[in-house]
Write a protein that binds this ligand. Structure first.
Ligand code: SF4
Length: 396
């Protein structure tokens, strides 16, 4: 039997930039206010004045992939999980200004108090990976798994880079959230609870962790494709597999290829290749070091002077690492530029607009997760927080 797919029964129309808005999802796109011009020479001073006016009432979080013009105003920087925890550690801050993407602001709202309001300066800052797993699709896939008789032995695990309603689905169905730092420990926990894992939404993090860190083979993995009839798998494949990988990926890390690695080894003699586990399997298996954003930052910081590093992650971060460590040769893994376009939506005009609005008492672009969704997402996050710590990266 064919389980209902997302189209045409459950359409998920694309929202083109500047055309309509859906503030409850990663697809929200419109700025509801008057943005200052990017050419305004007073922009940095306006940002400083608004930041000073807000004082301790606001706490400004900056993801590592944000632009320099924004990150200079961040009170703390970090990856998505660190930032959500940083926000939770500041219960005195009335406003959490999240310079990152939509799912991160949702996590901050889930982990902060009811008296705190989370603001995302540009609602167009979504995440294409999170968008690749919609709740309606995942619920249909779960029904597909039920049809094959495997839901009772399957534990859903979702990467932090997913929407709040996917985290909530996972919490309701006995699963947990993971980050790129603790994916191995989350999988170990999941395999203590069941025989299979449905891994959402990043197939590459799921595959790389299962094969390189858990000792599984590629044949233990099957792809759950929401755009194919029956999700592209037979009942027999679902029963035989251990890792059921959702067909999602990061459009930034997905650009690196085996050729990128071969090319940089030719260009930069003695280079160490350091990549994020969101990269394809063909890339991580050719790299020297693999690890989360925090691991990448620490590895470069700890490296001896004079060493050469090709880094496979978002370009804003790689540029900053190169500037911060002039005694080392830090280059981008690919010849082509590779910014995260949605992260880059947060620019200085949007930040100024958001801070000036807050300083005038107007809360704009608030990200709020409903109570039921937040409850179950919190359950999935708390299961992750209960996992013992594990190292954030590895030498291949
Ligand atoms: S870098 Fe990739 S995973 Fe991160 S926000 Fe951008 S598209 Fe999403």
């Amino acid at each position: 039997m064919t389980v209902t797919q997302t189209s045409p029964q459950n359409p998920l129309p694309l929202l083109l930039l500047g055309k309509g808005a859906d503030p409850a999802s990663e697809r929200g796109v419109e700025c509801p206010g008057d943005l200052p011009a990017a050419s305004d020479p007073d922009l940095v001073d306006r940002a400083r004045r608004a930041r000073d006016a807000l004082g301790d009432r606001a706490f400004l979080l900056g993801h590592h992939y944000q632009r320099d013009e924004v990150i200079q105003f961040a009170d703390v920087t970090g990856d998505s999980f660190k930032l959500a925890r940083d926000a939770a550690a500041r219960p005195d801050a009335e406003y959490i200004i999240f310079c990152g993407v939509h799912f991160m602001a949702e996590s901050a709202d889930i982990l902060t108090g009811d008296h705190q309001q989370v603001v995302l300066p540009d609602l167009a800052a979504g995440c294409s990976m999170a968008d690749m797993a919609k709740l309606v699709q995942v619920e249909d896939a779960w029904a597909r798994l039920a049809e094959a008789g495997v839901t009772s032995t399957t534990v859903p695990i979702t990467y932090m880079n997913s929407s709040a309603d996917i985290k909530s689905f996972v919490g309701r169905n006995g699963g947990a959230v993971c980050t790129s730092s603790n994916a191995q420990r989350a999988l170990e926990w999941a395999f203590e609870q069941g025989e299979k894992v449905l891994f959402l939404p990043d197939q590459h993090l799921g595959r790389n962790t299962a094969v390189l860190q858990m000792g599984m083979s590629l044949d233990d993995c099957v792809l759950i494709d929401p755009h194919k009839p029956d999700f592209g798998v037979t009942d027999e494949q679902l029963r035989a597999a251990r890792m059921l990988l959702w067909r999602g990926h990061c459009s930034v890390h997905g650009r690196f290829t085996a050729d990128s690695v071969a090319d940089v080894r030719d260009r930069v003699p003695g280079v160490n290749v350091l990549v994020h586990p969101e990269c394809k399997h063909e890339v991580v298996t050719r790299a020297d070091y693999i690890g989360s954003t925090e691991y990448i930052i620490k590895t470069i910081a700890d490296a001896p002077s004079g060493t050469a590093w090709a880094v496979g992650t978002e370009l804003n971060l790689v540029k900053r690492l190169a500037e911060r460590h002039p005694d080392k040769n830090v280059v981008f893994l690919d010849r082509n530029v590779c910014f995260c376009s949605t992260m880059n939506r947060i620019d200085l005009p949007h930040l100024v607009w958001a801070m000036e609005s807050l300083a005038e008492g107007r809360v704009v672009n608030r990200i709020e997760v409903d109570d039921d969704t937040a409850h179950w997402a919190r359950v999935a996050l708390d299961r992750m927080l209960a996992l013992p710590a594990i190292s954030a990266g590895s030498k291949s």
